[in-house]
Write a protein that binds this ligand. Sequence first.
Ligand code: AKG
Ligand code: FE2
Length: 197
Amino acid sequence: MTQLVPPTLRLAPFVAPFGVDEGLLDDLIARLDAAEEATEARLAGGVADPNVRASTSLWLDLDTIPDLTSALIRFASATVDEAFPFAIDGFEEGVLLQRYRALGSAAPLGDHYDWHVDIGAAGTTRSRKLALVVQLSDPADYMGGLLEVNLDGIPVAAPAERGTAIAFPAFAPHRVTPVTVGTRYSLVAWMHGPAFR
Ligand SMILES: O=C(O)CCC(=O)C(=O)O
Ligand SMILES: [Fe+2]
């Protein structure tokens, strides 16, 4: 089948409502808060450096939450059709829930994730093509915690509204600025496909 592809590559994140009930967003937050497996987020290679990244995270198996899976597939299709026409096969890693806190952070200014890209040189991260982030928190619940994406040299802050989904290429530098008050929760997933070449 012929695939319709946009004539140009977008240089701004793709943003759309994620389209799930607030109850599901609440449930995801509760899962992270309750999880005993939730661990201090670590950099690839297992080294934790709170100057680069400080947050709490929990991996979820996608098979267990059908409403979440269908919303991710809908949003991923829209992203590929309307913004980033990459060859995509599916979500290979489940989803990662993230919590960024002001209080209790190992980092002096609050939990954060400094500039980085999500694509890696080898292993699972090598075939990451698109990063998808869902804003799980109401922006009134925290200060700071901006997701900024830099696709063309100028960092753009992603909308923070609860239930908003944001997609960008896995090779795009992005960061989460320190949460200085309250707590921000997010969901991150990656669409995989034949590795960029
Ligand atoms: O929490 C976010 O909004 C983004 C997290 C992120 O960049 C990552 O986990 O790689
Ligand atoms: Fe990232």
